[in-house]
Design a protein around this ligand. Structure first.
Ligand SMILES: Nc1nc2c(c(=O)[nH]1)N[C@@H](CN(C=O)c1ccc(C(=O)N[C@@H](CCC(=O)O)C(=O)O)cc1)CN2
Length: 300
């Protein structure tokens, strides 16, 4: 058996197309342009790439893009002042602080200083609480992207057994809430879970978000299950040349693809959906801020 490959690049392009349509309609009917501000502190190379991509794609879908690049030693007070000015700026509907932040900054404090209505990452404690209680919220981009791919592939997820491996605030916990919201029976597994292979073997849906390269082998996967690999791990690849690297997920792709019904690759799976969902969330935030109906198919 060979799994269906869920192509995140193609799916993300479709989502960005829907966002661009929504942005065009807002402009034509209401003369409103959604604005997204991204704040980057420091020079983490991967973060710089993601922030550049976010800015480029924001402009491509017709939105206003603002970038604040701050020095690595920026004080908490200065960062909070930037966020305050963005909270008060009516042309900005979405604010995102790129993570990870340098160690001297308190991530929770910084995130919770963002206006929850503009918190397009869905990390603010108010949005976490709203999602956890099944109320309308901003939903974290990576789990939202996973949910969209699962719904697109399966239609209804109702009654399916889902295992989320990983309990981070950014992916594992919100992913579990979203699957619960779609009536899955959800298990959150983590480093202390007993008999992890057996737990995973029971699942119709496996979401791997642990950050450990190729930790989940194919013989943990139930035949026909759907595997969503959130991991992005960079390994040395001397076979490609000196200093070269290759990306792998948290799932051992070849062995898992041999038994799964469907699987997301790395790269080209969940990753591209993260930025597409950020744009979708910005459009949603803009519609909500203006009392307009939300775009269809772009929210949880
Ligand atoms: N404030 C936030 N910070 C971070 C988030 C987030 O959602 N909000 N997520 C990640 C980084 N991230 C976006 O910010 C992100 C990660 C990966 C990709 C992606 O498209 N990956 C590609 C591979 C890219 C590569 O070659 O490195 C793929 O998987 O195909 C997009 C966005 C942490 N920080």
């Amino acid at each position: 058996m060979s799994a269906h490959i869920i192509d995140g690049k193609v799916f993300a392009a479709k989502v960005r197309g829907l966002v661009a349509d929504g942005v065009g309609k807002l402009k034509a009917e209401h003369d409103i342009v959604p604005g997204l501000a991204v704040v980057l502190v420091g020079e983490d190379p991967a973060s710089q790439v993601y922030v550049r991509s976010k800015g480029k794609m924001t402009v491509e879908v017709g939105m206003k893009s603002v970038e604040h690049r701050l020095e690595a030693d920026t004080s908490e007070a200065d960062l909070l002042a930037v966020i305050k000015s963005l909270n008060e700026d009516p042309s900005i509907h979405g604010i995102l602080v790129q993570l990870p932040l340098p160690k001297h900054l308190n991530e929770d404090l910084v995130i919770n200083s963002i206006d929850p209505a503009k918190d397009v990452d869905g990390f603010h404690i108010s949005n976490v609480g709203l999602l956890g209680t099944g109320q309308k919220s901003m939903v974290p981009c990576t789990p939202l992207g996973c949910l969209m791919m699962l719904r697109d592939y399966h239609g209804s997820l109702s009654g399916m057994d889902a295992v989320v491996i990983g309990r981070s605030n950014i992916v594992g916990k919100p992913m579990a809430q979203l699957l619960l919201g779609d009536s899955c029976t959800v298990t959150i597994a983590h480093s202390r879970t007993k008999d992890l292979p057996d737990v995973v073997r029971r699942a119709d849906i496996v979401v791997a978000a642990v950050g450990r390269p190729e930790m989940v082998p194919g013989d943990w996967i139930k035949p026909g299950a759907t595997v969503i690999d959130v991991g992005i791990n960079r390994l040395d690849a001397p076979e490609k040349g000196e200093g070269k690297t290759r990306l792998v997920g948290d799932v051992h792709y070849e062995s898992a693809a041999a038994v799964a019904g469907a699987i997301t690759p790395v790269p080209g799976g969940v990753g591209p959906m993260t930025i597409a969902c950020l744009l979708a969330n910005t459009l949603t935030a803009c519609c909500r801020a203006n009392g307009l109906s939300e775009p269809e198919g772009l929210t949880a």
